[in-house]
Design a protein around this ligand. Structure first.
Ligand code: HMG
Ligand code: MG
Length: 356
């Protein structure tokens, strides 16, 4: 794994910032990404190539990508990801990366290779590792080839029709039709594709009883299409421990491998860490989180941020999991970005660590 047994996907610069009312300057965003890239967090979701009319806060994602490609960030061994809702989003991203050819992107040290982790059957996977967390990642992508650039894209589907309509203005079926050309184009460029399934444990419009088999069906389709990883998202934070367990069991029962899954818990009801432990025990090893618990989805009213990265790290480390991430550094970043945004720091572990 990139750094120890458990991989954290830091979504603060995207999920964390997309819902902020006041415009956040490009330099603050870049400083946030730069600081996060020095903590041992290897996967950083940096922006979204979505319609600026729908999500104004993500409007400068092209500049963010441009900066990443033309700065030391690219050679630090991290992977940076961007949401793309349609092929136009991916084309816009590729236009930026193609225009940056010949700059630092040609450096081989910037390559980020995904090892293929061993299968982790339910309940039996070890959570400790002997791997040196400071080692550079090595191995291969899901397709067995090195990535051309340490840039990834994420598509995002929803488990309910209403959320799909509200978030991306189309039906679930139409969204899948939009993702096919994204996957095809991404594969030709050797770009890894993550797929989110939003509202997997509760929908702001259709309620908490989202069908687990519908999520499994959608996941199977996304994998068939070429998704390298699926992040199952509790957008509203309505998920509970028993329902998280039921969902993960349903996914396993339908043949989906834990090693291909991530979980993405929002902490609206304070259940994200409980659900994390359930997922860890089930054999999941990739967890999404946001520094200082920033965030929320503009199309999920009342939903708060992701589980705070500091809290997640504190919990995972207490269970013996190796993340390779320096929790103290992340706590400092959490306090800094909360100050910058003029909002309270939502990480309890982060505040406690800094008060020690
Ligand atoms: P639409 O209005 O149906 O699209 O929006 P359209 O194709 O009719 O285009 C409308 C306008 O958008 C046109 O511009 C297009 O050019 C432009 P105009 O002619 O009016 O000037 N456009 C674009 N501009 C930039 N980049 C693009 C793009 N595509 C079209 N890629 C659309 C459909 C999907 C574009 C829109 O609904 C959209 O951008 N939605 C994004 C919503 C979003 O970002 N939500 C938050 C992220 S998802 C999330 O937070 C959940 C997650 O965290 C997991 C979880 O917690 O659940 C991932
Ligand atoms: Mg989210």
């Amino acid at each position: 794994r990139p750094a120890g047994d458990v991989r954290i996907v830091e979504v603060g610069p995207r999920d964390g910032l997309q819902n902020e009312k006041n415009t956040i300057s490009l330099s603050t965003k870049l400083e946030l990404i730069d600081k996060l890239s020095r903590t041992g967090l290897h996967n950083i979701e940096a922006g979204a190539f979505v319609s600026p009319k729908w999500v104004p806060q993500m409007a400068n994602s092209a500049e963010i990508l441009e900066h990443i490609l033309d700065s030391p960030l690219i050679t630090r061994g991290n992977a940076y990801s961007f949401l793309v809702p349609n092929v136009k989003g991916l084309e816009n991203l590729l236009a930026v990366s193609d225009a940056n050819k010949g700059s630092k992107t040609s450096s081989s040290t910037g390559k980020y290779n995904y090892p293929t982790p061993p299968p982790s059957p339910e309940g039996t996977a070890p959570i400790t590792s002997t791997q040196d967390p400071n080692e550079m990642p090595s191995g291969s992508t899901a397709q067995g080839e090195a990535l051309a650039l340490p840039i990834e894209v994420s598509v995002f589907a929803a488990a309910t029709e209403t959320f799909s309509r509200k978030n991306i203005n189309c039906t679930i079926e139409e969204s899948l039709d939009r993702f096919r050309p994204i996957m095809a184009l991404a594969k030709t460029r050797n770009i890894r594709v993550r797929a989110y399934i939003s509202v997997a444990l509760g929908c702001p419009y259709e309620g908490p009883d989202v069908s687990a088999s519908k999520v499994a069906e959608l996941a199977a389709t996304l994998f068939e299409m070429g998704a390298d990883e699926i992040s199952v998202a509790d957008t509203t934070g309505m998920g509970t421990a028993p329902r998280t367990k039921e969902l993960l069991r349903t996914l396993s029962a339908s043949g989906i491998q834990n090693q291909d899954l991530a979980v993405h818990f929002h902490d609206t009801y304070g259940q994200a860490l409980v659900n994390t432990v359930v997922a860890l025990e089930h054999g999941i090893r990739v967890f999404d989180s946001s520094v200082a618990g920033l965030g929320g989805c503009p199309f999920s009213k009342g939903a708060t941020g992701n589980v705070a990265t500091e809290d997640l790290l504190h919990c995972l480390h207490s269970l013996g999991a190796k993340t390779g991430v320096d929790v103290e550094k992340v706590a400092e970043i959490g306090a800094w970005i909360s100050d910058e945004l003029g909002r309270p720091n939502e990480s309890r572990a982060g505040k406690a660590i800094l008060a020690r």
